[in-house]
Design a protein around this ligand. Structure first.
Ligand SMILES: Cc1cc2nc3c(=O)[nH]c(=O)nc-3n(C[C@H](O)[C@H](O)[C@H](O)COP(=O)(O)O)c2cc1C
Length: 154
């Protein structure tokens, strides 16, 4: 049976859209079979999507030292409906930050610790002026999560 991968990414700019697309491209790589993917914005995603998922990749910008308001709203809406149902869920996340990323990383780690999700990959922080390297890193993140999920390693 296909494993389910949910990507929830905030994409307020051309660059952040490119990063999300790279994650989707990596996860959908032809070498990886048996993965069903859903890519949504935080505005679109809800508790049912999270419960559907066998693993998640989250992507957010850093805004005013924290995750985007959209991503925070997503967590606010899914927290209690998912709390007892998604324990141990493997996830990864990436942050697009103009100059820092620390506050966002800490915030995501804190909320997902509350949910008892399991971080499956080191956080990816795409920091500073936009660099084409970020696109490759996001593609690798998507591919690594999908391959690990397919292999039953996460
Ligand atoms: C209102 C606002 C607040 C921001 N605050 C931060 C911040 O606290 N730390 C940071 O590293 N970047 C900050 N940024 C930069 C954004 O993270 C960055 O512009 C966004 O990720 C989009 O990336 P892009 O410019 O490559 O499209 C902020 C941007 C906006 C619009």
């Amino acid at each position: 049976m296909a494993k389910h991968l949910l990507i929830v990414a905030h994409i307020p700019s051309e660059n952040t859209r490119r990063l999300r697309d790279a994650v989707v491209r990596g996860a959908g790589s032809p070498d990886i079979a048996g993965i069903e993917m859903r890519a949504l914005t935080p505005f679109e995603a809800g508790p049912q999507d999270v419960q559907w998922a066998d693993a998640l990749i989250l992507g957010t910008t850093e805004n005013l030292g924290y995750m985007s308001g959209a991503m925070k709203d997503f967590f606010d809406r899914i927290y209690y409906p998912c709390l007892e149902k998604t324990e141990g869920k493997p996830f990864a996340f990436y942050i697009r930050a103009g100059h820092d990323g620390t506050g966002t990383r800490r915030a995501i780690e804190s909320i997902t610790t509350g949910l008892r999700w399991r971080l499956a990959r080191p956080p990816l922080v795409c920091r500073g002026a936009f660099d084409e390297r970020f696109v490759g890193e996001c593609e690798e993140l998507g591919a690594a999560m999908a391959a690990s999920l397919e292999a039953g390693m996460i």
